[in-house]
Design a protein around this ligand. Sequence first.
Ligand SMILES: Nc1ncnc2c1ncn2[C@@H]1O[C@H](COP(=O)(O)OP(=O)(O)OP(=O)(O)O)[C@@H](O)[C@H]1O
Ligand SMILES: [Mg+2]
Length: 498
Amino acid sequence: MKYIAAIDQGTSSTRFIVFDHQGQIAAVDQKEHKQYYPQSGQVEHDPMEIWIRTQEVILNALQKSGIHPSEISALGITNQRETTVMWDRNTGQPLHPAIVWQDTRTDEICQELAKKGGQDRLRDKTGLPLATYFSGPKIKWLIENVPSVADAVKNGTALAGTIDTWLIWNLTGGKNGGLHITDGSNASRTLLMNLQTRQWDDSLLELMGIPASILPEIRPSSQIFGEAHGILEGVPIASVLGDQQAALFGQTCFAPGEAKNTYGTGCFMLMNTGQKPVPSNNGLLTTFGYQLENQPPVYCLEGSIAISGALVQWLRDNLGIIQKSSDIEALARTVDDNGGAFIVPAFSGLFAPYWRSDARGVIVGLTRFVNRGHIARAALEATAYQTREVLDAMRSDSGIDLQSLKVDGGMVVNDLLMQFQADILNVPVTRPKVAETTSLGAAYAAGLAVGYWKSLDELRAKWAPEKTWSPVMSKAVREKLYSGWKKAVTRSFDWIQE
Ligand SMILES: Nc1ncnc2c1ncn2[C@@H]1O[C@H](COP(=O)(O)OP(=O)(O)OP(=O)(O)O)[C@@H](O)[C@H]1O
Ligand SMILES: [Mg+2]
C-alpha cells in the first residue's frame, strides 16, 4: 500500500495529512473549530464539533487527492494534550464541553491539593507540578461541579479521556464497541499516571476522587490498536502520541540529548533523555516521550510555554492591529527594535519555568515613543525570551549544552522571529524541510507499527534541514534585552488575588 495517514487534532484546528513513503505530503485538509471563553480564564471546545471537523478533513483530503482508504496502510493519531472530555458510553454524547489545557478553572483545586506537601508534592511520581494545565484536576472539577457527570460516574456510564481517546473511541465504533484507550504521552499529562510503571496510580486516583473505571487503558504509542469504521473503514489505527511528543518523533529526536521546539498556539521544547525519567530542579516537566511496541519507553524533559502564537492571534482578534497572523512580521519590521516595550503574555498564568497561576499578562516599558510596530515586535520577542528561559533550564537539568535547536510549528515561517530566536539563544536554529512534524511523527509511529517503515534509522535518514538562522547579535545587546525581559516577568506576578 502506498500511504500512511495522520489526524492532528490541535488546539485551534484539525488536520488530516496523508504521507507517502518518502514522508512527503500527498494530501492534506485542515479546519478550525470554535474557541469558547465562557468566563475569564476559561477555555472550552465542543467535542462533537471536533469529531465532525475530523471527519470533514478526512473526507476533503481524500476527495481532493483521489486517494482511497484502501491505499492507506495505517492511521496515526496526534492531539492537543491535557484537554479533557467526559461522555456517556451509552449515548455517545459529551456530558460537558471539553475543558481545554489553557483553562484555569481548577486553580482552587490545585491550591487545595498543594496545601499538604506543596506544589511539587506529586513530582516524584508524575514528573509534574500541581497546575491547572493538567487533566486530572479537570476531571475532578467535572465530577464535583457537573451533576450529570457525577450521575454518569455513579451509574457506570461515564467515560473520560483526552482528545486522542475521544477520537479513537468514535473512530472505532463509538457506543457500538469503541475502544477506550490512550498512550503514555497523553496519560503522563494527567497527574494520575505513575511515570515508572506507566499505569494509573491508585493513590493519585484516590487523592483526586477519580474511579479507575472511567479512565482509558494505557497502551504503547505505536501498535495496531484496532480498525477504523466509517470513512476510513478498515484502516488500522496504529499510533497515538500527544502533539508535542509527535513533533519530537517527527523531528527524529530519537537519541538522548536531541531536542526540538514547536511554535504553535503555545511553545513546547522537548529533549529526549533516554530510558530513564530525569527529574527537573528548574521548573521543567519530566514527561513520557514515546514507546514503540515491545521496546522500553523513552522519557523527556519538557519546557511548556502556554502562549506564543496565541499572542499573535490576540493582537489580531482582540486588538485588531493586524488582519492575519502573518501580517505581524511586516508590522514588526517597521521598527528597529522593541522601543523598550515588553509583553509578558501570562494569559493562563505562567507555565515553565515559573508555574505561577497568579500571574496575568502585562505590557511594560510604555512611553509615547512606543507604537504598533514596537508592540508587534515585543509580541514576537516574547516567544523568543520564553524559549530562552526554557533552554537555560534544560541546560541546567540535563547538563547538555545544545549546539543547535530544531524548530517547527506555524510560527517558524516568521524570519524575523527565527533570527531573533537564534540571537537571544546564541544558538543556531534549524527548520526542517517537512515543517508538519506533528502529523509526520504520528505517521512515522503508525508506519513503524505496520512495517511500512522498518527502523528509526530509516526515518532519521529522511530528516533534512531547509533553513538555518545563525546568531549575529552582540553579547551586550542580548543580555540587555534578556534582563529587560526578566524584569518584565516579575511585573506579571501576584496579579490574581484570592
Ligand atoms: N507568520 C506568522 N508569524 C507569527 N505567527 C504566526 C505566523 N503564522 C502563523 N502564526 C501563528 O502560529 C500559530 C499556528 O501555528 P500551528 O498551526 O503550528 O498551531 P498549532 O499549535 O499546531 O495549532 P494547534 O494549537 O491547533 O495545534 C497561530 O497561533 C498563529 O498566530
Ligand atoms: Mg499543532
